[in-house]
Design a protein around this ligand. Structure first.
Ligand SMILES: [Zn+2]
Length: 325
């Protein structure tokens, strides 16, 4: 009986990584995965799809160089296929930034570029999953996921908020606008004309001014914020990508998408108000109009994002079928 380590692999039995070991017993070869002291038996060589298990063939010198060569060529080949649509997607996104700088008159072109770039990114996910995933899978994302959704969801929320903020300059014809009137504690006679200041987020602003009503003059602060549809598309794309390793468990998948989306927008829409409240009075969050605005804005932006995510998941499935043809 002899045994040989042929490389690192992801166990199809328990999901952990380990050394892939081939054991020869009276002329037949059996596949095992060794996790430290524990062993998992996967079956006779002819019944195990090695290409779906092996992650790296670093220890190939202990086995035949032919297998290593075969895997290297396959990995190299797929790398090219995945990177092409990815680079095209990136190029289109950068072009959208370039056109966006031309002014609001170009917003239709920006939207067209964002949509093309989104399709390119979805294509690269589809290519990756229909070929490369068998060899490597989403190993980096899976490693973070193995620490649980409690870490993965906050990480997604932080990334989503960053992505939305940096894509706000990509103005498109459609946007979610949010104007929240808050009673201001500045005395009416101190503010005779409306003062406008930039808000904390790009595209947001605060204006403080008098509002004449039947009961007299009162000062109000208006907090304005707009999230263009381009930011929502790109955020949906990010969440779709990050959710791919979860796709096999429907319950975790739905939990992940719902919580990540809702929490991201809740923070985004509340942030300008918190900043304002610190300088005014924290009790603004007790105002019915403020709560209303937060709930409605979060719900609408989240519903749109989840709709995009569903469309993207369907598109990936369609693209995967097209690639296999
Ligand atoms: Zn195992």
């Amino acid at each position: 009986m002899s045994s040989r380590v042929i490389g690192r692999g992801k166990c199809s039995k328990c999901g952990r990584e380990g050394s892939v070991v081939l054991k020869e017993v009276s002329g037949r070869i059996y596949v095992y995965i060794k996790h430290g002291r524990e062993w998992c038996y996967l079956g006779p060589l002819e019944r195990v799809d090695l290409s779906s298990i092996i992650i790296s063939v670093r220890d190939y010198h202990t086995f035949t160089t032919k297998l290593a060569k075969y895997l290297r060529v396959k990995l190299g080949d797929v790398n090219m296929k995945v990177s092409t649509p990815f680079i095209i997607g990136l190029a289109l996104l950068l072009a959208a930034y370039g056109i966006g700088l031309g002014g609001p008159g170009y917003s239709n072109y920006v939207l067209a570029m964002i949509l093309l770039s989104t399709i390119s990114f979805l294509l690269s996910i589809a290519v990756y999953e229909s070929t490369y995933a068998k060899l490597q899978g989403y190993s980096m994302l899976s490693r973070i996921l193995s620490k649980g959704l409690k870490l993965y969801i906050p990480l997604t929320i932080v990334l989503t908020i960053i992505v939305i903020i940096i894509t706000i300059p990509l103005k498109t014809p459609l946007k979610f606008e949010f104007t929240c009137p808050i009673p201001s504690y500045v005395k009416a006679h101190e503010v005779e004309v409306t003062i406008e200041e930039p808000g904390i987020l790009p595209g947001s602003r605060v204006s403080i001014g008098p509002v004449h009503s039947v009961t007299g003059v009162e000062t109000y602060a208006f907090i304005y914020m707009a999230i263009p549809i381009s930011s929502i598309i790109i955020a949906s794309l990010l969440i779709t990508y990050l959710s791919r390793p979860l796709v096999n468990s429907l319950k975790r998948f739905i939990t992940y998408i719902t919580i990540s989306t809702l929490a991201s927008y809740l923070i985004l829409f509340t942030l300008p108000l918190i900043v304002h409240a610190v300088s005014e009075d924290i009790s603004i969050f007790m105002e019915a109009t403020v709560v209303n605005y937060i709930v409605i804005s979060t719900a609408m932006a989240s519903a749109t994002t989840i709709a995009f995510i569903i469309i993207f998941i369907v598109l990936i499935a369609v693209l995967k079928n097209v690639i296999r043809m």
